[in-house]
Design a protein around this ligand. Structure first.
Ligand code: CP
Ligand code: NVA
Length: 309
């Protein structure tokens, strides 16, 4: 995977996903044993942020440090991008200094533009469309709790946003069934669903979209949700609170899933909106394992695309 970009799960083969999980497991074990693993000695990751972040920033920065390299936080408002310097110029300049770039921004097209002009690996740390690193950490977490992914069912309840889109892509790749329940008008991206259907046909996964929670959640192994208003949608918060009423993970909804189902949320969460306090703090919740695994999975991605393994 040396030199590869990770803008979308769509770019990964099933073999590459399994490779990321295998390296992540090895690196996680090494961290737990206190064993050094300085695979990226002397390498530098640039991290461009147009949006806020807790997990993504800290896990990438700490991860590069553990790998023996360094990470530079580049707040977009402090870069010349914030004053209108074109992405294509920024890409070529930063390629002369850095070994890889992680970017979190609004427009997915901007990340594609960066990747087109940069000659170092570009990693998508979240766009309005996709959040690939998060869903890889999520499925790595599901394996830790439930073993083999193929044939299991993930149910996503809420907004058909970047999380829903990336979950559809990754479930189709690994052969998990995915059911998505959204209010009308908040469905996932149609082009992403259509492309994922092709992978699903190969892996035996099914993709179901509907507007009824009960149908979606029945028999689920993993129940997932995310905020109703994502970053950049703050002005729609009140309208969304009305439109999403009822699209909540609570103990009643969890009774419809399999008894051993786990509950996931990428975080940050709005308690008692998309998920109740009781469920997110309850025994089925694995939200902090997901957050921890961002570190291990992203270190695997960094080591693979920057040539450390
Ligand atoms: N889940 C996630 O990406 O969190 P941050 O916004 O804190 O990075
Ligand atoms: N959908 C959320 C995910 C945050 C990690 C957002 O884009 O704000």
């Amino acid at each position: 995977m040396k030199g590869k970009d990770l803008l979308s799960i769509q770019q990964l083969s099933l073999e590459e996903i399994h490779k990321i999980f295998a390296v992540a497991k090895d690196l996680k074990d090494k961290v737990k044993r206190g064993e050094p693993h300085r695979l990226l000695e002397g390498k530098t990751l640039g991290m461009i942020f147009q949006k806020a972040s807790t997990r993504t920033r800290v896990s990438f920065e700490v991860g590069m440090g553990q790998l023996g390299g360094q990470a530079l936080f580049l707040g977009a408002s402090d870069l010349q991008i914030g004053r209108g310097e074109p992405i294509k110029d920024t890409a070529r300049v930063l390629s002369r200094y850095l070994d890889a770039i992680m970017i979190r921004t609004y427009s997915h097209a901007e990340v594609e533009e960066l990747a087109k002009y940069a000659d170092i690996p570009i990693i998508n740390g979240l766009t309005d469309l996709l959040h690939p690193c998060q869903v890889l950490a999520d499925l790595f977490t599901a394996i830790e709790h439930q073993g083999e992914l193929k044939g299991r069912k993930l149910t996503y309840i809420g907004d058909g946003n970047n999380m829903a889109n990336s979950l559809i892509q990754v479930c189709a790749k690994v052969g998990m069934h995915i059911a998505v329940a959204t209010p009308p008008g908040y469905e996932p991206d149609a082009a992403i669903v259509a492309a994922a259907e092709k992978d699903a046909a190969l892996t035996g996964s099914t993709i179901t979209l509907n507007h009824r929670i009960s149908a979606a959640v029945s028999d689920a192994d993993v129940v997932y949700t995310d905020v109703w208003a994502s970053m950049g949608q703050e002005s729609e918060q009140v309208k969304r609170q009305q439109d999403f009423a009822g699209f909540q993970i609570n103990s009643g909804v969890m009774k419809l899933a399999k008894p051993g189902a786990i509950v996931m949320h990428c975080l940050p969460a709005h308690r008692d909106e998309e998920i109740t306090e009781e469920v997110i703090e309850g025994p089925q919740s694995v939200v902090f394992d997901e957050a921890e695994n961002r570190l291990h999975v992203q270190k695997a991605i960094l080591a693979l695309v920057m040539g450390g393994v």
